[in-house]
Design a protein. Structure first.
Length: 516
């Protein structure tokens, strides 16, 4: 090891920053930014006298080079490099150096910041601090998504990072249905995971653990502290970082044999087909209906299978859309529900962490069954679990003859709710006088906070799917929620199940309060 400049390298001796800087000189560049991390004399209340660094050099160099390449691509910078020390360092020594040459200062600063943040986070390097009182300790272990994390644990007395074992699939290969042949199938398979959140985390964990050869990760969000109760793969210290990159680092730490491809963007009509094209199977782990319907339509256009999961409070559902014309799609089941509002997302509705954990785990299981060719979740069925009562249901999902999405190249995404679904009344008394039976689709908490001002049935969204058969087709139901959004989607759903006289109160209860 020496300080010759690669994109990312280690040095076991002091860094010559002037020489490093000269190697990044580029006359086309107007900006140069450098960062130096120094050994300081204290950490978390301990007085530090010196440090030692150890690294899995080969792995670390690969990951470091990947980070520098990502920075160059992301910020369009000309040249960048990072050198990290290993071995023994004294106070004031430079532990890590980053340099970036770019056309302008802004790119240089931002790429420099990106590189040091990612290196701190992703590159497997251990730091041992020596304290004034003679003690020493390995630190920063829990923040690194590092291979071997479990082996070296967080003990404060070990001397050497252990050698990393190879991934071992023996426990799943022992299954007759897997065996060497199945393992080879998994290694040759590729899966695109849309969403690296509550569903995506267990999905990625199990697919990476199983040795699925290539995983694409689509997520445009950054981690927030409120995500962590259900996205327990991440760390509090990760907040503010892009989830797709965090998830990819975790996958690599769990199983370096898995290739990851990250897409830090939101899936939209402009990129969806291109993104799904390179994969065998797509898993919808998104929390919004516009993404789900977009993926549904892409599945029908391209024949790419998409396995959907949705969670609402304590319940959720799974559906496989195979993309073939004879099988049911999401729009066969939810013909007009193109808008969000049919169910809330976690931010609006609230959720206990294990609920998406259960459904993400089921999704991972179904994906492995699909890839291994095992009998799995059939198309034309929907699996619904209520985790309060622990009851499961398999419902038939019928291929609807008039489903807009099964047409050739029509743009089903533009479908919207027909006006006739909604109706306006000045008061609920007027609606009852016109022959309607009121159904309150709000949840219990909302209903308690603001009771309905007229007699009504209570059928919250979470119960709608399963309770529909108890409603009577000839009764004129008027569905009511706070704003008219959920009730509109609910009326849609009930109509698709044969309750053609269902309508939704336009504007909901809020509309009744507002002056006309
Ligand atoms: Zn359909």
């Amino acid at each position: 090891m020496n300080s010759t400049l690669g994109a990312f390298s280690f040095s076991d001796g002091p860094l010559d920053t002037a020489a490093l800087q000269r190697q990044l000189r580029d006359d086309s560049c107007g900006g140069f930014a450098a960062f130096e991390g120094w050994v300081r004399n204290h950490n978390e209340g301990h007085a530090v006298t010196r440090l030692e660094y150890e690294a899995f050099v080969e792995l670390a160099e690969k990951e470091g080079a990947r980070i520098v390449a990502e920075a160059c691509e992301r910020y369009g910078v000309a040249r960048a490099a990072c050198v990290h020390r290993v071995g023994s360092l004294g106070l004031g020594d430079i532990a890590v150096w980053v340099g970036v040459s770019a056309a302008h200062r802004d790119e240089a600063f931002r790429a420099c910041r990106f590189i040091i943040d990612e290196v701190k986070h992703r590159v497997p390097i251990w730091k041992k601090e020596h304290y004034v009182n003679g003690d020493s300790g390995w630190v920063n272990c829990e923040r690194c998504a590092m291979p071997g994390e479990h082996e070296h644990g967080h003990s404060h007395d070990h001397q050497h990072a252990p050698a990393m074992p190879a991934p071992d699939y023996s426990r799943q290969m022992a299954l007759r249905e897997v065996g060497p042949g199945g393992q080879a199938r998994l290694r040759g398979a590729s899966v695109l995971v849309v969403g690296a959140g509550g569903l995506g985390v267990p999905v990625l964990q199990y697919l990476a653990g199983a040795g699925v050869g290539r995983l694409g990760i689509v997520d445009g969000d950054r981690l927030e502290a409120s995500n962590l109760h259900r996205q327990t793969w991440y760390a509090l210290a990760d907040c503010g970082r892009e989830k797709a990159l965090l998830a990819a680092a975790r996958v690599r730490a769990l199983n370096p044999e898995v290739r990851t491809e990250t897409h830090t963007l939101r899936l939209d009509a402009g990129n969806a087909e291109r993104l799904v094209a390179g994969y065998d199977l797509v898993l919808d782990c998104s929390d919004n209906f516009s993404t789900k319907f977009l993926l549904n339509d892409v599945a029908l256009r391209t024949g790419k299978p998409v396995l959907f999961a949705s969670v609402y409070q304590y319940e959720g559902q799974l559906q496989l859309v195979t993309g073939d014309d004879a099988s049911a799609c999401l729009r066969c089941v939810w013909p007009q529900a193109t808008r969000d509002g049919l169910v809330g997302n976690c931010a609006e509705a609230g959720v206990l962490g294990p609920v998406p954990g259960v459904f993400g785990s089921l999704q991972a299981l179904e994906a492995l069954k699909y890839l291994l060719g095992l009998p799995g979740l059939a198309a034309n069925e929907m699996l619904i679990f209520d985790l309060v009562t622990l009851s499961a249901q398999r419902l038939r999902a019928r291929r609807a003859a008039d489903c807009a999405a099964h047409g050739a190249c029509n743009n089903a995404a533009t479908a919207s709710a027909p006006e006739s679904l909604e109706i306006h009344f000045a008061s609920l008394a007027e609606a009852i006088a016109a022959g309607h039976t009121l159904i309150d689709v709000r949840d219990t908490r909302e209903r308690d906070a603001e009771p309905m001002p007229a007699p009504s049935l209570h059928l919250p969204m979470s119960k709608l799917l399963t309770a529909a058969p108890t409603l009577e087709p000839e009764v004129r139901y008027l569905l009511v929620c706070a704003s008219g959004r959920r009730s509109g989607a609910a009326a849609d759903l009930l109509r698709s199940q044969g309750l053609g006289a269902c309508r939704s109160l336009r504007g909901g209860l809020n509309g009744l309060k507002a002056p006309a």
